[in-house]
Design a protein around this ligand. Sequence first.
Ligand SMILES: [Zn+2]
Length: 121
Amino acid sequence: MFEPCECGSGKSYLGCCARLHSGAPTRDAEELMRSRYCAFSRGNTAYLQKSWAAETRPLILDLDPAQVWTGLVIDRHEVTGPDTATVRFTATWRNGTHTGRVRETSRFRREGADWVYIDGT
Ligand SMILES: [Zn+2]
């Protein structure tokens, strides 16, 4: 059965974020952003911690299991330097009868072969 990836790529989860969640390096900041959104919707806190810059990573990450992520739109991916990039996105969620959206511009940095999330505004 085709299981579309939560990140909205149109590919199957196995052909998309699954390989990143199992340790394959991310190609660019947008791919990391998508894989982190997918990890949020799957409650994969280990991956979220691992892909978070050491200086901003929370010690404990508590996700609300009632918060259901319902969509991700990448508005803009901008390379800002040889090892830095920003991604502006809109993510929508539902929690019980409430719905909402998160609009953020996130900063990312390359560390070796991989990318990490720094912070967002
Ligand atoms: Zn994906």
